[in-house]
Design a protein around this ligand. Structure first.
Ligand code: ATR
Length: 276
């Protein structure tokens, strides 16, 4: 009988995921008898699949779109982040019980803690651009560190309102036209839209009202230096790129499945950069 522990990225599709590269690097680095693969799960199969991970030979898995919500709904236990978001991206079995966590927000925090130490020493208003899944995780993360209010600014204001309804009065929704009015108070500005990504238009915003002390970060990491980060740095704002969010969100899952807490080191960053 093999004792190889197996985990995987699951979702529909999974071909684009860089998670196998990250976990493969840590498995080799720590000499662990483990495997991390890709398992596509069609929407009609999702419930059966997540209800019985062991049947698929998995110790646990990551979950990506479109299954994060259904995965959370099937868990016997959820961590506070997954509970707050109603979505899980990391699953494991504990004595037959299906447990779930959402590590996207932790990835965001880990990236800033490492790239801009002290960034949260004096929390205040924050501005999050976009209102998709990444925005939800980042809003949770900012609230968890005491930032308030968190202004969510989105082209489709209804989606920003849905996030505000979910988290309550500390989150304020706006349409794109209100960006100028909230930037002036921001301690942190985060882009979670796909704008600035290779192949998409640049995020074209006027940063002139942004305080010089504000930290600017981007969930986009292809390219590593987005137009937003370039413009922010040119005017003297502290910036952190988004690659570390991807790397740090993987730490807790690896520890759960393989029993070793890995670090985000330079070799890992270089490996992923070479693949971008
Ligand atoms: P994720 O789950 O990674 O956050 P998503 O759910 O596809 O991704 O969200 C993409 C975000 O980029 C959304 O906030 C989207 O705005 P809408 O809600 O109005 O669609 C935003 N976005 C994408 N293209 C945009 C554009 N051209 N201008 C402004 N916002 C854009």
């Amino acid at each position: 009988m093999t004792t190889t522990r197996r985990a995987a990225i699951t979702g529909w599709p999974v071909a684009q995921s860089r998670s196998p590269l990250i976990h493969g690097y840590w498995l080799r680095k720590h000499g662990i008898d483990g495997d991390y693969g890709r398992v596509p799960v069609a929407p009609e199969d999702a419930e059966t699949f997540y209800r019985d991970l062991a049947a698929a030979g998995l110790t646990g898995c990551n979950v990506t779109v479109p299954h994060k919500e259904i995965a959370a709904s099937l868990c016997d236990w959820l961590d506070p982040a997954a509970t707050a978001m109603g979505a899980a991206n990391t699953l494991w079995l504990d004595g037959g019980r299906l447990c779930g966590a959402n590590t996207d927000g932790l990835g965001f925090l880990g990236n800033l803690d490492e790239g801009a130490p002290g960034w949260d020493a004096d929390p205040g208003p924050a501005v999050v651009l976009g209102a998709g899944g990444a925005a939800r995780a980042i809003v949770w993360a900012l609230l968890s560190r005491g930032f308030t209010p968190v202004h969510v600014v989105n082209r489709t204001e209804d989606k920003a309102r849905a996030i505000a309804d979910h988290f309550g009065t500390d989150v304020v929704p706006h349409g794109w036209d209100k960006l100028g009015t909230v930037l002036g108070q921001a301690r942190v500005l985060v882009n979670t839209t796909s704008l600035g990504m290779t192949g998409k238009p640049e995020l074209d915003i006027d940063l002139s009202g942004l305080p010089a002390t504000a930290l600017v970060t981007d969930a986009v990491y292809v390219p590593l230096e987005t137009g937003l980060l370039r413009a922010a740095r040119a005017r003297g704002n502290r910036t952190v790129d988004g690659l570390g969010m991807l790397l740090h969100q993987a730490v807790n899952g690896f520890e759960r499945w393989f029993g070793v807490r890995p670090t985000v080191d330079e070799d890992l960053r270089a490996l992923i950069l070479a693949d971008l």
